[in-house]
Design a binder for this molecule. Structure first.
Ligand code: PHE
Ligand code: FE
Length: 285
């Protein structure tokens, strides 16, 4: 997940505004922001992960792997079940190893980060085909639910889809589009589009509605709720509707947008959004 809103670069963590991420305005940021580079990247030190963290990772992975067949889209399942670089049952993934396979597949790279990033830093990584992955793992008390992104959310939820070329190209385009939206004052709206696609998107494949959004794919509760329960609304994906729809950051969604294909996502986001922002601005959306 990534939806913070702030302006400055390479400032101390206290300046990173996560007010969009949590209802607690005093919530601090975890992660070691002291040792990062100017682009907010850090080293992933595999030896820093404790045995308890490795064991917790395996339990998280096993639980979620048991739930994804029949609920995750084909692209996600093919990557997770078919690509040896994504065999997460060996333990917490070493980004350097995954990067070899990812570079060959779509020319993306993972970069290790201490946690949430200033929005322009995050978008600049995406625009350069670098996906920021948080290095730390959630605490045991957060086993079932975490608001802030950790390595399980970022890796299990986001990384497999990066192996699909059309999705990978879309996410780079999103990064450029977000930097442009920031200049045009359209970031809140484009952030909603990210939320309802990259994080909480559903897609229809061979007649079934399946998950491709990382926030759904990394959450046992939301995966079942969004795909199987019949409770939330499933509405056809539409760029402007998604940008007009407010979202909850600390509960399951009441509405999910359903794509007909990843090509639809690519095509519908290809036009210049400048006039869209003008309309939304006039509406006060
Ligand atoms: N086409 C959009 C623009 O011109 C940018 C964009 C690309 C937005 C991909 C979302 C996804 O602003
Ligand atoms: Fe995410």
């Amino acid at each position: 997940m990534q939806n913070s809103g702030m302006d400055s670069v390479a400032t101390p963590p206290a300046a990173v505004d996560i007010s969009g991420k949590t209802s607690d305005p005093n919530a601090g940021l975890r992660g070691n922001y002291a040792e990062m580079a100017a682009d907010f990247t850090v080293q992933q030190r595999m030896s820093d992960y404790t045995d308890a963290e490795q064991a917790r990772w395996l339990r998280l992975v096993e639980r979620q792997l048991a739930l994804i067949p029949g609920r995750a889209c084909d692209e996600f399942l093919d990557a997770v079940l078919g690509n040896p670089a994504l065999d997460m049952r060996h333990g917490i993934p070493d980004f350097a190893d995954v990067n070899v396979a990812l570079k060959a597949a779509t020319n993306w790279q993972l970069v290790a980060v201490p946690g949430l990033l200033p929005d322009d830093v995050f978008f600049t990584h995406l625009a350069n085909r670098r996906f920021p992955v948080t290095v730390w793992l959630r605490e045991e008390s957060e086993f079932d639910y975490i608001v802030e992104p950790d390595i399980f959310h970022d890796f299990f939820g986001h990384v497999p889809m990066l192996f699909t070329p059309i999705y990978a190209d879309h996410l780079e385009a999103y990064g450029h589009g977000a930097l442009k939206a920031k200049r045009l004052g359209g970031l809140d709206w484009l952030g909603r589009l990210y939320w309802f696609t990259i994080e909480f998107g559903l897609i229809r494949e061979h007649g079934k509605v399946l998950a491709y959004g990382a926030g759904i794919l990394s959450s046992p509760k939301e995966l079942i709720y969004a795909v199987d329960s019949g409770i939330p609304r499933h509405i056809p994906f539409d760029v402007m509707t998604s940008m007009r729809t407010k979202y909850l950051i600390d509960d399951v969604q009441s509405t999910y947008f359903v794509l007909d294909s990843l090509q639809q996502l690519r095509d519908d986001t290809a036009p210049d959004f400048t006039p869209y922002y003008d309309i939304l601005h006039a509406e006060g959306a």
